[in-house]
Design a binder for this molecule. Sequence first.
Ligand code: ADP
Ligand code: MG
Length: 245
Amino acid sequence: MIDPDTNEITSHGKPLIVMKGVSKKYDTPSGTFSVLKNISLEVKCGEFVAVVGKSGSGKSTLINVITGIDSPTSGEVYAASTAIHALNQEELAIWRGQNVGVIFQFFQLLPTLTVAENVMLPMDFCHTYPARERRERAIALLEKVGISEQADKLPSDLSGGQQQRAAIARALANNPPILVADEPTGNLDSQTTDVILELFAGLAKEGKTVIMVTHERDLSRFFTRSILLSDGAILAEKPGVTTYA
Ligand code: ADP
Ligand code: MG
């Protein structure tokens, strides 16, 4: 985050997300199935972390536990100084609206709303900005992701890459410190993938903390760190080439 007085990044390097001994189990007809096994992890402000691993290794569950979409069976999750595991559904919804921007593989823009209206929606839900400021803010965010000229079109008029940029603008609507993306480039070609990754890297440089699930070709040049999951456990951690701290 930028200090408005000094214009310096103040919070880089502090742990923003802390997971302690997090496990997630499901009871299935054939017995208990452990999706996450005793995961402990810290993610600092301004990191751009990749979560990689085979399909079924627990990547989506890991990030869903951070956003509170899934609750851990045991263990603790702290994000932006809040004990996520201790919140009830209502508290979680409020917390998530203000602290996390979520980006999906298939964009999930509402098809009957314009691009700008999609970006305004989280502001409408959370009342984070006065009604008269929301459109202006949406246009500024679309400008930031490079598609302000598409503001009044419907999502179906945009390319996949443009739709994902719109989804990133929407994720930024309430200026959350954390961005979480589950295979955001899984549906995009490699050139567009690089554009989206550059965008995330730029946001991390500005102080956003970005956690991204991917199982794509080597994208490690973009990340501060990669975490390899295997059967619900962290098998390896690799520092990325980039350090923003
Ligand atoms: P990934 O994103 O790495 O593909 P997931 O986190 O989606 O992995 O899932 C990890 C494992 O947990 C998978 O084997 C999946 O079948 C299982 N799983 C996910 N949700 C449930 C559930 N509600 N009940 C039982 N098993 C589940
Ligand atoms: Mg997944």
